[in-house]
Design a protein around this ligand. Structure first.
Ligand code: NAD
Length: 499
């Protein structure tokens, strides 16, 4: 250990009381799946954590039937106030078990414990608290009085924020009066299983939330099930596209939260100290495995060298290693296949002529690791400037005028997030107005709040999660009363009034 290096401060895993095998969570109980079970491993050590059941098509059918029964017999009959009580209870239980959830999330996903402890799990509780408050106020969701729930929601989530994505999906669905079948990602099902235990503790009526584990085939069986009314998917654009195709022409309501290639724009009048921290947070938070990551840095040409030098200095202080260590800044990459993609795209970056730089670091021998990486001399045609790498890799481009910054930022098939760093509020507002991105942060990055809608343009998907808009995705306007339908037909006027 050299002078001023931190001593190891590993978080203990003794708080965990994991089972050796987890079944599917259907109708309020854990049941074995009929597919072939698989193991979930720690990406930092490649050691097996536990065994997870795999849901077959028949299991998915059982789960959807349980959700349908719970919808018709229980959940849709409860008042908003009573639904809210369950959500508040879940939120409080998440807080009570927060340390355990954070340790499990870090173990299974590879993200640093300081992130799961201080970001993921607190936001999970915040999401349930927020939507608990909405459950008895649906008249104000923007769909007119007495909006209707949709029925059974099929929800498929990715591995980068396992518990947080679960909360983004389940909390608004339940608040709006729907029941749920959720499929976590195959590499990160562990915290969904702990969450199922929380649902049992909260006495949530059986079948209101069902969790089926497995890989893509299980997800496909779920979203294609004929008895689901709503599909909510977060994941890759490729799978999102196939779900859009398979749900087209059905009555299923669809929300897609897909990939991104966010631009983080730094003007020459930006507060540089804060901007450096914002750039680091934008691309190295969660090892860059963030759909809204600021993976393209657009920096004004006059300050390019200063910004890159200071970034390199800052990156040299980041600690890469054991995700359970409280001092770790960058943990493990979630899977071997994800690591392979980062390596492949970074190699292509070099082959195409960009300059690659990473700080000196001793990466562990075991597990999946990728050092924080900066590419300079990047042009807009390079694959590292166009493709989503989904890792701790920053591509630096330059611009001279605000118009050029806007043109380069929008030059992407995606449109999920962007950041603007400038001292001038008027410039921030003018630029933000022209960016085709669902979320634009000003002098900050990667800030999430349950009250704020989140979602994309173009290949980043459609629909919004969070806030009132996220609630609306699980509701439909009240059915028109029969009398108005009859009079509309007789008078040949459009429903909802004349022009
Ligand atoms: P992925 O699309 O391969 O998998 C996501 C989920 O879909 C997993 O649960 C997987 O099992 C399931 N799945 C796979 N094939 C399926 C199919 N044919 N039908 C139904 N479900 C299927 O994505 P990934 O590699 O696990 O996740 C990374 C991607 O997710 C990145 O592109 C990232 O940008 C995106 N993402 C987006 C957001 C957002 O909010 N916009 C958030 C997180 C991740």
């Amino acid at each position: 250990m050299t002078f001023l290096e931190y001593a190891p401060a590993p978080e203990s895993t003794s708080i965990l009381d994991l089972k050796t095998e987890y079944g599917l969570f259907i109708n309020g109980e854990f049941v074995p799946g009929n597919g072939e079970s698989f193991t979930t491993i720690s990406p930092a050590t490649e050691q097996t954590i536990t065994t997870i059941s795999c849901a077959s098509e028949a299991d998915v059918d059982t789960a959807v039937a349980a959700a349908r029964r719970a919808y018709e017999k229980t959940w849709s009959k409860l008042s908003g106030t009573d639904r809210g009580k369950y959500l508040f209870r879940i939120a409080r239980l998440v807080q009570e078990r927060s340390r355990e959830l954070a340790v499990a999330e870090t173990l299974d996903n590879g993200k640093p414990i300081k992130e799961s402890r201080d970001v993921d799990v607190p936001l999970v509780a915040a999401w349930f608290f927020y939507y608990a408050g909405w459950a008895d106020k649906l008249d104000h969701a923007g769909l007119g009085p007495n909006p209707r729930s949709l029925g059974v929601a099929a929800q498929v989530i990715p591995w980068n924020f396992p518990l947080l994505m679960l909360a983004w999906k389940i909390a608004p669905a339940l608040a709006a009066g729907n029941t749920v079948v959720l499929k976590p990602a195959e590499t990160t099902s562990l915290t969904a299983m702990l969450f199922a235990e929380i649902l049992q503790q909260a006495d949530l009526p059986a079948g209101v939330v069902n969790i089926v584990t497995g890989a893509g085939a299980t997800g496909s069986a779920l979203v294609n099930h004929p008895d689901v009314n709503k599909v909510a998917f977060t994941g890759s654009t490729a799978v999102g596209r196939s779900i859009a195709r398979s749900t087209a022409g059905t009555s299923k309501k669809l929300t897609l939260e897909l990939g991104g290639k966010g631009a983080n724009i730094v003007f020459d009048d930006a507060p540089i100290d804060q901007a450096i921290e914002g750039i680091v947070n934008g691309i190295f938070f969660n090892q860059g495995q963030v759909c809204c990551a600021g993976s393209r840095l657009l920096v004004q040409e006059s300050i390019h060298d200063e910004v890159v030098d200071r970034l390199k200095e800052r990156l040299s202080t980041l600690r890469v290693g054991d995700p359970l260590d409280k001092n770790t800044d960058i943990g493990a990459i979630n899977s071997a296949s994800q690591l392979g993609r980062m390596r492949e795209l970074s190699d292509i970056g070099e082959q195409e002529g960009a300059t690659r730089w990473s700080p000196a670091s001793n990466l562990p021998q075991q597990g999946f690791w990728f050092p924080p990486t900066i590419f300079t001399n990047v042009s807009t045609s390079h694959r590292i400037a166009r493709d989503e790498i989904f890792g701790p890799v920053l591509s630096v481009l330059t611009f001279r005028t605000p118009a050029e910054a806007i043109a380069k930022a929008n030059n992407t098939p995606y449109g999920l997030s962007a950041g603007i760093w400038s001292d001038k509020g008027s410039r921030v507002l003018a630029v933000a107005d022209k960016l085709r991105a669902g979320v634009v942060w000003a002098n900050t990055f990667n800030k999430f709040d349950p009250a704020s809608p989140f979602g994309g343009y173009k290949e980043s998907g459609y629909g919004r999660e969070g806030g009132r808009h996220g609630l609306g995705a699980y509701l439909a306007p009240a059915a028109a009363p029969k009398s108005s339908v009859v009079s509309a037909i007789m008078n040949k006027t459009p429903l909802g009034g004349s022009k």
